[in-house]
Write a protein of this length. Sequence first.
Length: 129
Amino acid sequence: MVRMSAPGPIVEDIGHVAIRTRDLEQAVRHAVETMGMCESRRDADRVYLRVGHEHHSLQYIRSDADELDHIGLQAAGETGLAQARHRIEAEGLPIIADWPLGAGVTEGFAFVGPGGVTYEVYHGMRQDQ
């Protein structure tokens, strides 16, 4: 199999982690009071937390189980996002969403990688003050 090479990086950063939790309020309280994170958005079953100016670094999702939901990878712009999509499709990995999985992100997609881990590749995360 011939791989297309990119002129630069495809993924420039690990952007965020999304975790499912049975006790959403306790998880958020721990992130804010113990780790010093700031809440940037709250929906009915999701809370987005940040440590810097990014919209979120950590996302908690109310669930019946405590487990990893997905890992967000920040693409190197539109070119990196397109190249990542091309490589994922070429590998035959299942794409499960043609859009970002959470709030605060402009463009992205999600796929299931080896070992059953879900990844979201995105770019254009909103910056909060």
